[in-house]
Design a protein around this ligand. Structure first.
Ligand SMILES: Nc1ncnc2c1ncn2[C@@H]1O[C@H](COP(=O)(O)OP(=O)(O)OP(=O)(O)O)[C@@H](O)[C@H]1O
Ligand SMILES: [Mg+2]
Length: 322
């Protein structure tokens, strides 16, 4: 079998917090708790979960912008955190990131040529000015902008167009992986659809692999083929997008899906039940214990592991099998 493009292996990330007292051991916050994932070449992998669950932390580690506390990430079989820095720099052209904010992520003082060519400069590609301009113009056309836009500045573009510029910047090094962290969240719905369609077209054309981070499940259902649901730094459900959206089994996934607005007013939305915690949470408990309507004593005493159920993987002792 072909090796996965990206293999995330048992990644933990602890953030040190400031000490309250001088001689206290520095407290830490565990943002990721043993993440294992494989992204295959050409696939589009969605990462969903509520704010603060660790999505961007995972993205930064996959991009080798931050170190994991333990565990590692393999890119094309190479351990990103155990290779010489020169090799890592060389490898960086193969993975690029697109951020959420089309206004904040582009330097307002640089023209589009400078912005889009930036990754080439960082990678120390030796190109003449004319070659660089030619490459940037080509890529601008690929993302639906004009070749002559190279001399303009970010403020001359709309939000959707700026996101196209951000995509162009990510594509300029011809990467195989693009990590898109909430890349369309700041755009209005019609522009979102255009940018998503562009990303899907580019994926077909260049056999790109996407790690697509979003809190918006309808977007994830539209663009991804696999999805992992993260709750408090742990994967609670994972599988093909089709299987997971057809048969969401984890109570948390179901809560997320219920929160998606339904455009059909005739469909009655199921109420999200408030629950009073019955069991005390310990370090051994299921992380979702205090919010779960199906929690039992077993869930308080043991954390469930991912097991296969109805064609995908779920970490729950009482999955909701319809
Ligand atoms: N540098 C840091 N130091 C301490 N804690 C951090 C740091 N960065 C992130 N965190 C914490 O780690 C957790 C995960 O953060 P992260 O940014 O990965 O969340 P997220 O899932 O991307 O959320 P959002 O959907 O709001 O972007 C949060 O509780 C956050 O407060
Ligand atoms: Mg984030």
């Amino acid at each position: 079998m072909k090796q996965p493009l990206v293999k995330i292996e048992d990644v933990y990330k602890d953030y040190q917090l400031p000490k309250k007292y001088l001689f206290q051991k520095a407290p830490f916050f565990r943002a990721l708790h043993g993440i294992n994932l494989e992204l295959n070449q050409g696939s589009s992998f969605g990462i969903v979960g509520e704010s603060g669950c660790g999505k961007s932390t995972l993205a930064r580690i996959v991009m080798a912008l931050d170190n994991p506390t333990s565990g590692t990430v393999f890119f094309e079989g190479r351990d990103l955190f155990n290779i010489p820095s020169a090799e890592l720099r060389h490898l960086r052209r193969n993975f690029q990131m697109v951020f959420q904010d089309p206004y904040g992520s582009l330097n307002p003082r640089k023209n589009i040529l400078g912005i889009v060519a930036e990754p080439l400069d960082t990678l120390k590609e030796r190109l003449s000015f004319a070659e660089k301009k030619e490459r940037v113009s080509q890529i601008l056309v690929e993302v639906g902008l004009n070749a002559a836009d190279t001399d303009k500045f970010p403020h001359e573009f709309s939000g959707g167009q700026r996101q196209r510029i951000a995509i162009a910047r990510a594509l300029i090094t011809r990467p195989s992986l693009i990590v898109a962290d909430e890349s369309v969240s700041a755009l209005d719905v019609s522009v979102q659809a255009q940018v998503l369609n562009l990303m899907m077209d580019l994926q077909d054309k260049y056999n790109l692999t996407y790690m697509f981070i979003s809190h918006d499940l309808s977007v994830v259902e539209y663009v991804t083929d696999h999805v992992a649901v993260i709750y408090m730094g742990q994967i609670v459900e994972q599988g093909t997008t089709k299987s997971l959206f057809q048969n969401p089994l984890h109570p948390y996934t179901q809560t997320l899906l219920r929160a998606v607005p339904d455009v059909n007013p005739l469909n009655k939305r199921r109420e999200v039940k408030e629950r009073i915690p019955q069991f005390e949470m310990t370090s051994k408990s299921c992380p979702f214990l205090d919010r779960c309507i199906k929690a039992t004593k077993n869930c308080a005493d043991n954390a469930p592991k991912l097991v296969e159920n109805m064609g995908h993987w779920v970490a729950c002792f009482n999955p909701d099998v319809a």
